[in-house]
Design a protein around this ligand. Structure first.
Ligand code: SF4
Length: 426
């Protein structure tokens, strides 16, 4: 078969906000793009070589050819890509092509996705992709494909990232999968719903083989579950970092504020190549409390200590602050700026929560009738798409602008993104 994979375009979250254009140009924040999710490279690696595989990366403007002679169109997407994904799927189906949709958004809203597709893959694609291909070849696709068991990461193939290899991104940190699943159930996170509440660890030998096979120097571990408190996860991450220490690479990690309070831990991460800690505020209970009116002086101090442990170990702390959660009010923005100042944070982004499907926040917003619209192009955390509690929608949007402008007002660009080696295209 001739298979055309499509990675639909999504708006970067500061796109469409002329108020922030000058800041974005000066600091390069919010407009960098990074290599795409691993979903398509993973499916490509599971596709028999007798099939011909092609890719359209709509994000970098590759044209979508609806008239192309292809046997199967496979579109993978997350929520900010969903409106464009449906537009593309509808275009191919109108031209008589067979379309399969998969990824995090269709997995969590399969019936919506089904209206635009011949088949929808729900959950992890690895367990059903070969069955989808066999059924597509026989012309007998089922409407919904759901894996019948949890995927064992020991079986995970090395993703075929070369399918995207000619593409040009602003930031070249290549994604590496380490774990799947999470028991924590943070308010804004779909991982437990999509991947299950049991953490699965990818074999460390496979992670190292994956990294060694790439001709790059920068890697982004996609799963903040490696930062979960608990000896088991701590040791797993440290074992990975002992191995990466031999590779002369730079690693970007992600976490919430549920990090481990141990300076030695961060020193060992840095020795393994960790240079940046992207930390989301607003998902986990610790950061929610920190930015609420209930936060104690001790909690404030402990949170600052966590930031400093990273920085002192040589890991640049990159904060991602959410504004607009239910306990937030007109004082929250200044509280965020105060915390950033007190902790010496010099690199930050600000986002407006979106009621993503499968997240506790999204489920509650939907049940409470607070979703304003489903134009998913605007569900990119740069726009208000739900009715907030502590603000009017316009107040929240203006507060978002205020945070960006205030934080970057006295910052120098060479400081803010010092841990990134950005490709300079502009
Ligand atoms: S944000 Fe991280 S810790 Fe929280 S549920 Fe998601 S994966 Fe788990």
């Amino acid at each position: 078969m001739k298979i055309r994979f499509i990675y639909p375009r999504f708006r970067k979250f500061l796109e469409g906000h002329p108020e922030l254009d000058e800041l974005v140009r000066r600091h390069l924040v919010g407009n960098y793009t990074m290599p795409p999710s691993l979903a398509i490279p993973i499916l490509a690696s599971l596709t028999d070589s007798r099939h011909e595989m092609l890719l359209t990366d709509d994000n970098i403007g590759q044209p979508v050819d609806y008239g192309e002679d292809v046997d199967l169109v496979a579109v993978s997407f997350f929520t900010p890509q969903a409106s464009r994904a449906y537009e593309i799927a509808d275009g191919f189906r109108a031209a008589g092509k067979t379309v399969v949709l998969g990824g995090i958004h269709p997995s969590l809203r399969p019936h919506e996705a089904r209206e635009h597709a011949d088949a929808v893959c729900v959950g992890e694609g690895e367990g059903v992709w070969r069955r989808i291909l066999a059924d597509a070849e026989r012309g007998m696709l089922e409407p919904i494909y759901t894996p019948d068991k949890t995927y064992n990461l020991a079986d995970a193939p090395i993703p075929r990232r070369d399918i995207f290899s000619d593409n040009d991104y602003h930031w070249d940190a290549h994604l590496v999968m380490t774990t799947r699943g999470c028991p924590v159930r943070c308010e804004g996170c779909p991982v437990p719903e999509k991947e299950g509440t049991k953490v699965r660890l990818r074999p460390i030998d496979d992670i190292i083989e994956d990294i060694r096979g790439m001709p790059y120097k920068e890697f982004y571990f996609t799963d903040d579950t490696v930062m979960l408190p608990g000896k088991k996860y701590q040791n797993y991450l440290l074992k990975i970092m002992e191995r990466t220490a031999e590779l002369d690479i730079r690693i970007f990690l992600a976490s919430t504020m549920m990090m481990i309070p141990s300076p030695e831990f961060y020193r060992r991460l840095h020795a393994g190549g960790a240079v940046s800690m992207y930390t989301v505020f607003g998902f986990d209970r610790n950061s929610r409390r920190l930015l609420s009116d209930e936060c104690t002086r001790r909690e404030w101090r402990e949170a600052i200590d966590l930031v400093r442990m990273n920085e002192d170990a040589g890991i640049h702390f990159f904060a991602s602050f959410g504004i607009g959660f239910d306990e937030h009010n007109e004082r929250t923005a200044d509280r965020i700026l105060k915390f950033a100042g007190d902790a010496g944070i010099d690199c930050a982004e600000f986002y407006i929560p979106a009621p993503f499907p499968g997240t506790p926040f999204g489920i509650a917003a939907e049940n409470q009738g607070r979703i304003l619209h489903r134009d998913y192009r605007l569900w990119n955390t740069g726009n208000v798409v739900f009715r907030p509690r502590g603000f009017s929608p316009d107040q929240l949007q203006q507060t978002f602008f205020y945070l960006w402008k205030e934080f970057y007002r006295d910052k120098e660009p060479q400081e803010t993104l010092k841990s990134f080696t950005l490709n300079k295209h502009e």
